[in-house]
Design a protein around this ligand. Structure first.
Ligand code: TXA
Ligand code: MG
Length: 347
């Protein structure tokens, strides 16, 4: 175990020390299959409050509760598990899918940001599952970044943002998916996709037969997201210090537009973030490859990490290639549009 600014950094073998901190009402960040989460006992009002303080998170933005076994959901929701929820749990848990259902009295209002619904998921990561089981508690855990910054996919990102602000961090290396879980609201008549993630819209539709998409998910304009059902979707998010411009359209046109923008921005320190398919088109500028469009997980895994790297390199303006809104592309584009604060150029 090492210690940075008073925060203990644990290895995978030291989960037991981390469970003790959590049981004592302290905060511990841990890896999941999506991004690192900042955990606390979801039923302890004081512990949950300290999550909001550590992250600088607005108090009306509710948290996801992480559980280790399906039956743990029963304590957290007000009625039995609805049939549709059971279907999704059987198919996608453990995994990157968060379900919204009416909450039980046992869940404090701080955890749900004052809402009468609760968000629950079972993460698919050995460290997360072991931590939850050994702690014996449902863990509220938002992404373990300072509010507004790109989500953490490495323990180093958590250390950068939260060392000195939390009791512990478990280092489990790089997370798998790189973007956060899919959030589906099952508390209404028709299921609504509130946040796209690892489980795709297409997969949900195949399972449920009917899913609405909250307009905020595909929104290209900041003012459209002010009325979000999911409070987290209305804030500026995933943002590096640099200004971000997202270029959307057909690959050929995006390719040329980025070239023009590089030339027009010679006075700025420019960074370019594109797919492997466009790798060879830009020279003399800082180019980072997100991954191949044939393997979108490569891209989802790398976007937040690359945004942080540009900041470290002092880049002032980042030009990013837009992708299609299909499959995992919907989740990736939702994050990129937000990190661009909706500065989008369509070509
Ligand atoms: O993959 C993930 O989901 C990660 C890892 C750590 O599990 N967690 C995560 O948490 O992304 P966070 O707090 O960064 O995002 C939670 C999202 C927010 O957009 C929040 O508004 C929404 O879930 N949410 C939580 N409870 C809700 C509720 N009762 N109704 C609607 N939206 C809710
Ligand atoms: Mg977050």
């Amino acid at each position: 175990m090492r210690s940075i600014k008073g925060t203990k950094v644990f290895s995978e073998k030291e989960i037991k020390d981390a469970t003790e901190l959590l049981r004592a009402g302290e905060l511990v960040a841990f890896p999941t299959e999506t991004v690192y989460g900042l955990g606390a006992n979801a039923l302890d009002e004081r512990a949950v409050k300290s999550i909001f303080t550590a992250k600088g998170r607005p108090s009306d933005n509710p948290l996801i509760i992480h559980i280790g076994e399906e039956k743990d959901i029963e304590n957290l929701i007000s009625e039995g598990v609805p049939q549709l929820a059971k279907k999704l749990m059987d198919k996608f848990w453990p995994g990157p899918l968060t379900l919204i259902l009416p909450k039980s009295q046992k869940v404090p209002e701080v955890t749900t940001g004052g809402l009468n619904t609760v968000a629950v998921r079972m993460p698919d990561h050995p460290i997360a599952l072991k931590l939850i089981k050994e702690t014996g508690l449902p863990l509220a855990a938002p992404s373990a970044n300072l509010s507004g910054k790109p989500s953490p996919t490495l323990a180093e990102h958590v250390i950068e943002d939260l060392a000195g602000r939390v009791a512990g961090i478990i280092d489990g290396g790089q997370t798998g998916l790189g973007v956060e879980s899919t959030v589906v609201d099952l508390s209404r008549e028709v299921p609504i996709l509130l946040r796209p993630g690892g489980v795709t819209y297409e997969e949900l539709l195949a399972e449920l037969g009917q899913v609405q998409i909250d307009p905020v998910v595909k929104s290209k304009f900041a003012n459209e997201s002010k009325a979000a059902i999911s409070p987290g979707m209305k804030y500026r998010h995933y943002a590096p210090q640099a200004e971000v411009i997202l270029i959307e359209g057909k690959e050929d046109k995006i390719k040329d537009k980025i070239k023009k923008l590089i030339n027009a921005n010679e006075d700025k320190k420019i960074g370019v973030m594109v797919s492997k398919e466009l790798e060879d088109y830009y020279s003399g500028v800082n180019v980072k490859i997100m991954g191949s469009k044939d393997n979108l997980i490569e891209i989802s895994q790398s976007i937040f990490k690359l945004l942080r790297e540009f900041d470290e390199e002092g880049i002032e303006r980042i030009l990013i290639e837009g992708l299609e809104l299909k499959g995992l592309g919907l989740a990736i584009m939702n994050r990129l549009r937000k990190s661009a604060a909706y500065q989008i150029i369509e070509v």
